[in-house]
Ligand binder design. Structure first.
Ligand code: SF4
Length: 170
C-alpha cells in the first residue's frame, strides 16, 4: 500500500491502520473535552527524537503546567465528536517523546480542533498500544507493500491517508 521508508511518526500512524494489532485500539481513550488557554502555548523549535525507538515527531505546541509538559496537536477541518484514532496515536507519540526528552511523563496530551479541544489521557494501555504499533512497524518497514487488513469503510473515510491510499474502501 505504501512504500515503507524512515521510521517516522507518519509511518507509525499508517501502520496502525494496516497492522494486525488494531484490536488493541479498543482500549484507546476517547478524549475529554477541555478548555485550554492558548496564551500559554509555547512553540516547539525542533523535533523531539528518541534514538532507542528511532522515533521522531514535532508537536505543534508544548504547554508547561504544574511541572509537567503537555504536547498539543492542532488539527484543521471538521471537528469530530471524539478524536480520530490516528490523532490519538499521534498525541501518544508526542507524549512518549516528551517523556523521553524531558524525563517527565505527561498525564495527557491535547488535540485542538477548530471547534473543540480534547485531552487524551496518556494511559499505560495507550502507551502499550503505541509500543505494539512501533514493534509492528519494525517488522513491516522493509516491505514495499502491505495489504489492507480490514473491511471497514468508515475507517477508510476517517483515515488521514484516504487520498493517497490505493486500497481504500470508500
Ligand atoms: S484508507 Fe483505508 S486501507 Fe488505506 S490506510 Fe486508511 S484505513 Fe487503511
Amino acid at each position: 500500500m505504501f512504500i515503507a521508508g524512515l521510521l517516522t511518526l507518519i509511518v507509525a500512524i499508517v501502520l496502525f491502520f494496516i497492522s494486525g494489532r488494531q484490536r488493541r485500539a479498543a482500549g484507546l481513550p476517547s478524549g475529554r473535552v477541555i478548555y485550554i488557554d492558548t496564551r500559554v502555548w509555547g512553540n516547539v523549535e525542533k523535533p523531539l527524537f528518541d534514538k532507542d525507538l528511532g522515533l521522531t515527531g514535532k508537536p505543534d505546541y508544548l504547554i508547561e503546567h504544574n511541572g509537567k509538559i503537555i504536547p498539543v496537536e492542532v488539527k484543521t477541518g471538521r471537528t469530530p465528536e471524539s478524536p480520530y484514532d490516528s490523532h490519538i496515536f499521534q498525541v501518544a507519540v508526542y507524549c512518549l517523546l516528551v517523556q523521553k526528552t524531558y524525563d517527565k511523563r505527561p498525564s495527557y496530551g491535547i488535540i485542538h480542533y477548530p471547534g473543540r479541544d480534547f485531552a487524551v489521557d496518556y494511559t499505560s494501555d495507550l502507551e502499550n498500544a503505541l509500543l505494539d504499533l512501533i514493534a509492528d512497524m519494525r517488522i513491516n518497514e522493509h516491505r514495499s507493500e502491505v495489504a489492507r487488513s480490514h473491511e471497514d469503510e468508515q475507517r477508510c473515510r476517517r483515515c488521514g491517508f484516504h487520498e493517497i491510499c490505493d486500497q481504500r474502501l470508500a
